[in-house]
Design a protein around this ligand. Structure first.
Ligand SMILES: [Cu+2]
Length: 89
């Protein structure tokens, strides 16, 4: 489900110091319009094995995965689609 709500002010996610034991992977997600979308994407991606934390930049659609183990790109794509959005390839 795509949330079209534009209610509320878009807050930038607070930058957290990345954990030293994790790698990061960045993907671009298409279709996010507000904080609710950000939360949906974060929630689905956080469920994936190996994903320790997820940072989402709403303005650019850049999603940074902090991973403790390798994560399949197909799994990331599926999780984003599960949330109702699309990964730019
Ligand atoms: Cu939304």
């Amino acid at each position: 489900m795509v949330c079209k709500s534009r209610a509320g002010t878009a807050r930038a996610e607070t930058e957290e110091a990345p954990m030293s034991s994790t790698d990061t992977t960045t993907v671009t997600v298409i279709g996010m319009t507000c904080e609710h979308c950000v939360r949906s994407v974060r929630e689905e991606l956080t469920k994936l094995d190996g994903v320790a934390d997820v940072d989402v930049d709403l303005a650019s659609g850049q999603v940074t995965l902090h991973t403790s183990a390798p994560v399949e790109p197909d799994a990331v794509r599926a999780a984003v689609e599960e949330a109702g959005y699309e990964v730019s390839s």
